[in-house]
Design a protein around this ligand. Structure first.
Ligand code: ADP
Ligand code: MG
Length: 357
């Protein structure tokens, strides 16, 4: 009998995308090829405490994205999974010997502390191979300003933008409007899932939007509002990555909000493959692969674009651990390109092991 590879799945995490991560982990565990892989699950609570979970039954309210919680031995009846500082250190101490026994980790975590290089640095320090981008690629893609700087340097197109730093340089609405036009998108630089993102077309809304974005980050990005379509493409590979067909997100409201992404199934429609001319699809594929390599990505990433009314492509962002439920765009794009959800997970694990060899 072939020895199974021991896979550790990390889920939850300290970001606002905690619950999405639990859903991603649940789907991965259900689909992973159990003939090849033996699974251990580690939950990270919102304060950073670690706990080993039972892979067969680790979630409360697994089918309700806004209620979902992981179950620790001590909280089987309660919803609380937040540890004190003392419990936190103790919890990591308990998890470390179990982690040391793992062959490869899937950090199924989104957003700050999960997708931004910090957990990647921790795993690297432990000498554990893991799925996805390394520290540098993760950190660069997490920061919307740094991403744009790298892309601009590689002559890849991005929208016009300005930066605001808390308590120092914050452009006035007039300054922003002069450069970027009357309608603006204001976002925390290091966040995801549309958390803290607002659209503003007057000074009052602009100030409110800045206040909200600054609640999440010290650095805020102010962008021109792009009128056009939201297209995306999924990338898989290390030094020789492949791209999928093109997908489209069609938000039913003002923009693709947190609610539309995860809570409201009516909030957006996905079209895979998107109806785009073949030259646009080919251009997107080339640009996304170039962006992936320039941003030092490995394993996986989803590259999101705008297609303007004049058929100009702009890269909006690169997500290094995009939503990974079986109905998320990343797996759906691969499915439409001939890679099943189960095979996608196997391939990502193989790529993680290859990174280290
Ligand atoms: N400059 C922009 N112009 C038009 N719409 C935008 C712009 N920036 C963001 N949006 C809308 O807001 C959503 C969230 O913004 P995004 O940059 O993708 O942040 P996140 O990392 O939170 O997903 C996008 O999917 C899109 O609908
Ligand atoms: Mg986005």
């Amino acid at each position: 009998m072939i020895k199974k590879t021991k896979v550790g799945i990390l889920c939850g995490g300290q970001s606002e995308e905690h619950q999405i991560s639990l859903l991603s982990a649940k789907n991965i565990i259900e689909a992973i090829d159990k003939k090849r892989f033996e699974i251990s699950v580690f939950g990270i609570d919102r304060s950073g405490g670690w706990t080993a979970l039972k892979s067969e039954n680790f979630l409360l309210h697994p089918d309700q994205p806004d209620q979902i919680h992981f179950i620790t031995q001590t909280n089987e009846k309660s919803h609380c999974t937040v540890f004190s500082e003392k419990q936190k250190a103790h919890s990591l101490n308990q998890a470390l010997p179990l982690l040391a026994d793992i062959d490869v980790v899937i950090p199924a975590l989104h957003g700050p502390n999960g997708e931004d290089g910090s957990i990647q640095g921790f795993l690297k320090t432990l000498g554990l191979p893991y799925v996805g981008c390394e520290v540098l690629g993760s950190a660069m893609c997490m920061d919307k300003d740094i991403t744009k700087k790298i892309l601009l340097n590689a002559s890849l197109p991005v929208c016009k933008y300005l930066l605001a730093r808390k308590n120092s340089s914050v452009p006035s609405y007039q300054e922003a409007q002069n450069l970027l036009g009357p309608t603006l998108f204001i976002k925390p630089c290091n966040m995801g899932s549309s958390v803290g993102v607002s659209k503003a077309s007057n000074e009052t809304d602009y100030k409110k939007a800045l206040d909200l974005a600054f609640k999440h980050d010290r650095k805020v990005i102010i962008e021109e509002a792009i009128e056009g379509r939201e297209l995306e493409i999924a990338i898989l590979g290390n030094s020789n990555p492949k791209a999928t067909v093109v997908g489209e997100v069609i938000p039913t409201n003002e923009f693709y909000s947190y609610e539309a992404k995860y809570l409201d199934s009516e909030g957006a429609q996905l079209a895979i493959p998107a109806e785009v001319p073949s030259e646009i699809a080919a251009q997107m594929s080339d640009m996304a692969i170039k962006a992936f390599l320039e941003l030092e990505c490995q394993g996986l990433a989803r590259c999101d674009f705008f297609l303007t009314k004049s058929n100009e492509l702009l890269i909006n962002e690169v997500n290094t651990f995009p939503g990974f439920t079986k109905i998320s765009q990343y797996p759906k794009l691969w499915e439409a390109s001939g890679v099943s959800y189960q095979n996608l997970i196997s391939e990502l694990i193989e790529l993680a092991i290859k990174k280290t060899t």
